[in-house]
Design a protein around this ligand. Structure first.
Ligand code: FE2
Length: 580
């Protein structure tokens, strides 16, 4: 009878929204092109629903009510890709939460080269020593301004000290849930030892797996792991892999370093199937660190480095993000170092001595890789100061292979990937960019650029994603517009910091144009065989070492200004083609 009365009271509270509020979240998970999952807790039992739409004042759609309870998980389905949706939480007609800060943007397609922006926090869920956790968050939000963040990666130890639900409420949600980042950006976590703790290392029965969604069905891309502990996903042209470095599997109590474990078996299949340009793998336990943990003496760290890293490097992973030590430590581009610290040999294992800053300072060119595997290497990072920053250091700190460190401030990471360029920044608790590096793929090469059919002009973008030096004109712009593009035209472009030289050759899909005016400088190396069904009007200068055939059915008109330089092969002939 007592419980019946209590239930009725809860029902009344729910129906009339008595002082009901959202006490956890809302937070987002499982973001795809067409769906997202909203999670939140209410202060008392109720059914709840999400209203959503394209503006905060027109939430025209709504989900069914949740089944009822304190914890709510709502999937919003049938959305449009790359679209901004506002949402609000309702209990019946009572709005519990919903402002212009409650929005998300659905994901781009796998392979899309639109910029991907990611926040990474390691060991964030401490008891906020010296307010560092809040400062790191606030300075990151200040740095990114109003820009949208596609993903928030948690590197484990997200709620100290034992990962209890209460600790998640106070040390994680309590710190982040009033900020836009939690309302807007989907979370992609991995567990740390403090999220497990105690006996749950074997049972995996802990709040972490209740709080966060099971992403093991490859809802966001990748190969299904069918395990809640580890999963993969794609955002644009980046393949992310989230691993569990503490939980044990099977009766053998396999860990990440056991290469026969289900986790590693799945990982090999997943990485073999991955076709994205970039691969980022993250887990909690740092394989290289001389911070608050010592990767020469802590057995589990030694094991991961010796047994597991060779697998990642075999699949040419670009970036490894870890935490566990409450330090910031970062490598240059390295490969093949699996032994103790004193076996690290820069001449063998370090593929670039650059800082990677890419800011014009001495020896700062980006780390350069090739998608075909002819240039390899990985950057390893320990970023465990989003919560507190401990002063304890292992005796040989800094680690020889991870010499780029931050001693004073805590911080978090801003990862940005656009096309063939990856930029990482460590944003400190003081608001400064304390460290940064750039990695690129497929630069310093000759590329063919397809021009759409019947283009009268074409915008040619620099491969460097920033203003670049177009050699012929010496203009410094991110792109140039080419009028009357013709297949075989070559364009030389260099970056402003003296790191790259690329040659771009146009490929026009038209075998026969009606008429073409060629007025621009034909750069050296161009190999042009232009056919038209009418005429060609030329006023170009043909640079040295060009080979140009103008072949028109009716007329070729060379205007004043047309000029051929030394070592040019030039033919003009009547014949052309008959069907444009
Ligand atoms: Fe840890």
């Amino acid at each position: 009878m007592k419980s019946k009365v209590a239930f009725l009271w809860l029902l009344v509270m729910c129906q009339f929204g008595f002082s009901q509020s959202v006490v956890r979240g809302p937070y987002l998970q499982l973001r795809t092109q067409t769906s997202i999952q909203v999670r939140f807790n209410t202060s008392s039992w109720c059914n709840a629903k999400i209203k959503y739409g394209l503006s905060p004042n027109n939430l025209d759609f709504e989900t069914p009510n949740t089944v009822g309870g304190l914890t709510h998980v709502v999937d919003i389905l049938s959305l449009i890709p790359k679209t901004k949706y506002y949402y609000a939480i309702y209990n019946g007609a009572v709005k519990l939460e919903g402002t212009d800060q409650n929005y998300f943007i659905t994901s781009q397609a796998t392979g899309d080269t639109q910029k991907v922006k990611v926040w990474v926090t390691g060991d964030c869920g401490t008891t906020d020593q010296n307010n560092n956790q809040a400062n790191v968050k606030n300075q990151f939000l200040n740095y990114i301004g109003d820009s949208y963040v596609d993903a928030w990666l948690l590197l484990g130890d997200n709620a100290y000290n034992d990962g209890t639900d209460y600790e998640y409420q106070t040390n994680f949600f309590g710190v982040y849930q009033n900020d836009r980042i939690m309302k807007q950006t989907a979370i992609y976590p991995v567990p740390g030892n403090h999220d497990y703790n105690g006996t749950t290392q074997i049972t995996h029965e802990m709040p972490y797996y209740e709080i966060f969604a099971n992403a093991g069905a490859a809802q966001m891309g990748g190969v299904p792991s069918m395990h809640k502990e580890y999963y993969s996903y794609n955002i644009g042209n980046v393949h992310f892999v989230a691993l569990d470095s503490y939980g044990m599997e099977t009766v053998n109590n396999f860990r990440l370093s056991d290469t026969l474990s289900p986790q590693v078996a799945w990982l090999k299949v997943d990485l073999a199937a991955n076709t994205q340009k970039w691969t980022v793998v993250y887990w909690h336990h740092a394989p290289y660190t001389m911070g608050t943990h010592n990767s020469d003496t802590v057995f589990e760290l030694v094991q991961i480095r010796e047994k597991f890293l060779p697998i990642l490097e075999r699949f040419n992973v670009d970036l490894v993000l870890t935490a566990h030590s409450h330090t910031y430590e970062r490598s240059r581009l390295i490969r093949g170092h699996f032994g103790m610290e004193n076996t690290f040999n820069p001449s063998l294992h370090q593929l670039s001595s650059s800082s990677g800053y890419y800011d014009g300072s001495i020896n700062s060119c980006p780390y350069e890789k090739k998608s075909d595997g002819s240039k390899k290497g990985t950057v390893y990072m320990v970023s465990g100061t989003a919560g507190n920053r401990l002063n304890f250091r292992s005796p040989t700190y800094p680690y020889d292979a991870l010499p780029i460190i931050e001693e004073v401030h805590g911080g978090s990471l801003l990862l940005e990937v656009e096309g063939n360029r990856l930029d990482m920044k460590m944003i400190g608790s003081n608001g400064a960019v304390i460290d940064k590096f750039t990695m690129v793929k497929d630069m310093n090469q000759k590329s063919t650029i397809d021009v759409p059919l019947n283009s009268s002009s074409f915008v040619l973008n620099s491969p460097y994603k920033e203003p670049s030096v177009w050699v012929a004109s010496q203009s410094v712009v991110p792109s140039i517009t080419i009028d009357n593009p013709v297949g075989g035209m070559v364009f030389h472009v260099e970056d402003t910091k003296g790191c790259f030289k690329d040659t771009l050759t146009l490929n026009t899909l038209n075998p026969c144009f009606n008429q073409r005016n060629i007025n621009s400088l034909i750069e050296n190396g161009s190999l042009i065989n232009l056919k038209t069904s009418n005429k060609i009007i030329g006023a170009s200068i043909l640079s040295s070492n060009t080979h140009v055939i103008l072949d028109a059915q009716n007329q070729i008109e060379l205007l004043p200004g047309f000029e051929t330089k030394a070592n040019t092969i030039f033919y003009a002939k009547i014949g052309g083609c008959s069907s444009p």
